[in-house]
Design a protein around this ligand. Structure first.
Ligand code: PLP
Length: 457
């Protein structure tokens, strides 16, 4: 008889990764360099230093070190909530009647409720090491701000969060978690920054966007002595820290003697997906193993599936470096979508290059189908998933149902990035049958593309 695989596989403390893995080191075509928006020359550590912590600036530009030591203090912090379990979704398999094996890695077992704490603690650590007083950031749905406020309170750093105004109003509980951890939370756009005032003058009554909150946070970081700016996704350093997810997964699969065929993750800025797939991607790039990687994005914000691969601004205020990525244009404002963490206009430059080179696939899915999958998953697997994570669930279910048709027993693995406890407003809309599926038209997208900087060849 086949050996029974446990419902949950955990690593021992001694088996936990001691280094992060930097997939850029093994990529044949490296991601295009970040460009200085003033000179259009590649950014150097010196250019990045006024905005980012020095060590993080180095990690951002490091395309050659494959493995980077995880400092002991961060390893200790990880032990409070990691390893996260690799779960065999026996109940979901049974409910679907599929011959496929389904696994997921659950990152929601910490107060911030998502994988974002993996990078927040690293970024706070390097800020502390540098002797800084505090950090500034933006948050959309609130998960990143929550994770960062936890990390800052652990290291005794001040934390200033610009929270997209509509979330600030719709998600008062997230805001209160941040304040409980000592963060200062300002709704964005605000009158506390020059860029905020300018945006408010141009768009009175706006409820804000991520790109706009980024501009405010960067302005405060660069104008305040002892402060730097930190970002929860998109950047290469964040993918690096999130590789802990993939490294743990790989060890857990090795432990149970299994190997995924298909690896699926939701893609907002690309950090959880990048971290999840990195060690597996390494094997694919080096020709040691083959996997299918699938990025899942909302049909309302389809950066990979309908975006352009081009240099673009990372923020609305155009103060951040230019990044070459799949983008809808920094001026693209997605329709209101309940997966707040997937509303960013651009995508990680690393994942963009891998996608461009054919190492990865991408699909987009509509909101109501995502919530139907979330509900189905919650009812059989017990966990109430975050709307963002549910994009991956939806596609995992699709793949499992394809196996049912063909009779193939593939091993499907997806990243379950977080819990949906703070998203009950969205679940309510779904339960009341009031959720809509707005998909931007080509004309809508053309508006965003028109704002791309004209340095693209
Ligand atoms: C932020 C977030 C995401 C999307 O961000 P990525 O950087 O693309 O990983 C996905 N799921 C949850 C729960 C999040 O909080």
């Amino acid at each position: 008889m086949e050996k029974k695989i446990p419902y949950k596989t955990y690593l021992e403390e001694s088996e936990m990764p001691k280094q992060w893995y930097n997939v850029r080191a093994d990529m044949k075509n490296k991601p295009a360099p970040l460009l200085n928006p003033a000179t259009l020359k590649p950014m150097t550590v010196k250019d990045l230093e006024p905005v980012f912590c020095t060590e993080l600036a180095k990690q951002e530009l490091d395309d050659t070190s494959a493995y980077i030591d995880i400092p002991e203090e961060i390893q200790e912090f990880y032990k409070m909530y990691r390893p996260s379990p690799l779960v065999r979704a026996y109940c979901l398999e049974k409910a679907l009647g599929t011959p496929a094996k389904i696994y997921y890695k659950f990152e929601g077992n910490n107060t911030s409720g998502s994988h974002k704490l993996n990078s927040a603690i690293a970024q706070a650590y390097y800020a502390k090491q540098q002797g800084l007083k505090g950090v500034t950031t933006e948050t959309g749905a609130g998960q990143w701000g929550t994770a960062l406020s936890m990390a800052c309170s652990y290291f005794g750093l001040d934390c200033k969060v610009f929270m997209v105004k509509c979330s600030y109003e719709q998600k008062p509980f997230r805001r209160e978690v941040m304040r409980t951890y000592g963060a200062n939370v300002t709704p964005s756009p605000s009158t506390t920054t020059e860029v905020g005032k300018k945006i408010l003058a141009e768009h009175p009554g706006t409820t804000g966007s991520l790109g706009c909150a980024i501009s405010e946070a960067v302005e405060v970081a660069t104008n305040t002595e002892g402060y730097r700016y930190v970002l929860g996704s998109v950047l290469s350093q964040v993918l690096l820290h999130q590789s802990i997810i993939g490294l743990e997964s790989k060890s857990a699969f090795d432990k149970i003697g299994e190997k995924p065929d298909i690896i699926i993750g939701c893609a907002g800025g690309g950090s959880n997906l990048g971290g999840l797939i990195s060690p597996f991607m390494r094997e694919k790039i080096l020709g040691e193993s083959d996997y299918r990687f699938i990025a899942v994005e909302p049909a309302s914000c389809p950066s990979f599936t309908r975006g352009r691969f081009a240099y673009d601004f990372c923020d609305t205020g155009k103060v951040c470096p230019l990044s070459k990525m799949y983008t809808l244009g920094s001026g693209f404002i997605p329709s209101s979508n309940h997966a707040g963490g997937l509303r960013y206009h651009g995508m990680s430059s690393t994942l963009s290059q891998l996608y461009h080179d054919g190492y990865m696939e991408a699909v987009s899915v509509e909101q109501t189908s995502v919530f139907a999958a979330a509900q189905q998953f919650a009812r059989v697997e017990g966990i109430l998933p975050a709307p963002e994570s549910s994009h991956a669930i939806k596609v995992a279910i699709n793949e499992a149902l394809k196996c049912k048709e063909t009779g193939e027993s593939k091993t499907i693995f997806f990243g379950l990035t977080g819990t949906g406890y703070f998203d009950m407003f969205a679940y309510q809309k779904f339960n009341d049958g009031e959720m809509s599926d707005y998909i931007p038209t080509d004309e809508d997208l053309a508006v965003g593309f028109a704002g791309l900087p004209d340095i693209n060849l």
